[in-house]
Design a protein around this ligand. Structure first.
Ligand code: NAD
Length: 344
């Protein structure tokens, strides 16, 4: 069976491609435009597999998508290609609208064309899996209960609004054209090969280099966290056992303030690195507060009970174990993030 993955050179897509090629028999076709966030070096261990095929292409390219469907006849699509950084969406929203909304539309249409040529059985067993985010639910107050799959959308940033739009398109194509869709909303991911503009890798790298560690506002914003490989295991469960038309929240029920996350990184680095950068006694000395992001959501929190009950999925890593693995990976893979930083 062939799975068509979009965005497979990105952070989560790369983890998914590596997992599928190492641990399953599936073939993978990866379509990735290789923006600043896409790195083929993340796939170095698996690209020589005879079960892997790569297209350096844009999901907005209708002709290319039609050609790929015709040639590879996938049994599923896992749609992860997206512009993903909230700050970039605030300064330059257009690529977010183009890729996240129009790209999803073009991909849905190419999938629909392809499904029309399949037998009823093949159509029914096909899956279009769309990867969404907890950010579509918007800002929660401390007293608000965690968001469930049926909670109302209230996106705040251009990124979140573009992802919310894509979710609506996917559900509409599911309902109107009877497409077997699956959607998952996941919390903040962290782990190896994440582009160092995101909070955790950025803070590890800044600290290690003795640079200031800038935290928005007073650092009390709350995020839910998951180790990326746990997310991939959830995606595989949803793909193989999820009910078409259903949505699944994916999270580890780990709510932390940003300051807690950054202080934990500093404390781990204090233990791991004997020789601190010049003038630094503890890594916490590098934490500095900067003007808050416009429209910054205070809290995200999702309830992942459904995926646990329905599919038996549970995150394996605790925040402490996942963070330690992540920090060690960044300390041991300087060449990867130095190259990524210079590309970005
Ligand atoms: P990422 O930014 O690391 O990677 C995105 C990938 O998509 C890159 O390889 C990029 O080259 C590719 N891409 C971008 N535009 C493209 C286009 N037009 N055509 C083809 N490829 C294109 O993102 P990520 O963190 O791996 O996120 C993957 C998905 O998961 C996204 O849809 C994101 O919204 C969602 N998500 C991410 C998180 C998180 O914490 N990282 C949490 C929840 C959901």
């Amino acid at each position: 069976m062939t799975i068509l993955i979009t965005g497979g050179a990105g952070f989560i897509g790369g983890a998914a491609v590596r997992y599928i090629l190492k641990h399953t028999e599936y073939k993978v076709v990866n379509i990735d435009k290789l923006t600043y966030a896409g790195h083929l070096s993340s796939l170095a261990g698996v690209v020589n597999s005879s079960r892997y095929h790569f297209y350096n292409s844009d999901i907005c390219d209708r002709d290319l998508l039609r050609e790929v469907f015709k040639r590879h006849k996938p049994k599923a699509v896992i749609h992860m290609a997206a512009e993903t950084h909230v700050d970039r969406s605030i300064s330059h929203a257009e690529p977010f609208m183009t890729t996240n909304i129009m790209g999803t539309f073009v991909l849905l249409e190419a999938t629909r064309d392809y499904l029309e040529g399949l037998s009823r059985n093949a159509r029914n067993s096909f899956r279009f899996q769309h990867i969404s985010t907890d950010e579509v639910f918007g800002d929660l107050k401390a007293s608000d209960s965690m968001r469930v799959e049926s909670s109302c959308y209230a996106p705040s940033s251009p990124y979140a609004a573009s992802k919310a739009s894509a979710d609506h398109l996917v559900r509409a194509w599911g309902r109107t054209y009877n497409m077997p869709i699956l959607i998952s909303h996941c919390v903040n991911n962290y782990g190896p090969y994440q582009f160092p503009e995101k909070l955790i890798p950025k803070m590890i790298i800044n600290a290690e280099r003795g640079e200031l560690m800038p935290l928005y506002g007073n650092g009390t914003q709350i995020r839910d966290w998951i180790y990326v490989d746990d997310h991939v295991l959830a995606l595989m469960k949803i793909l193989e056992q999820g009910k078409p038309g259903h949505t699944y929240n994916v999270g580890g029920h780990i709510q932390k303030t940003n300051i807690e996350v950054v202080e934990t990184i500093c404390d781990i680095l204090d233990k791991l690195i004997a020789q601190k950068p010049k003038g630094i006694k503890n890594y916490r000395d590098l934490i500095t507060f900067v003007a808050d992001r416009p429209g910054h959501d205070h809290r995200y929190a999702i309830d992942a009970t459904k995926i646990g009950r329905a599919l038996g999925w549970k995150a394996k890593q605790t925040f402490e174990s996942g963070l330690l693995k992540t920090i060690k990976w960044y300390l041991n893979n300087r060449a990867w993030w130095k190259q990524a930083r210079s590309d970005g």
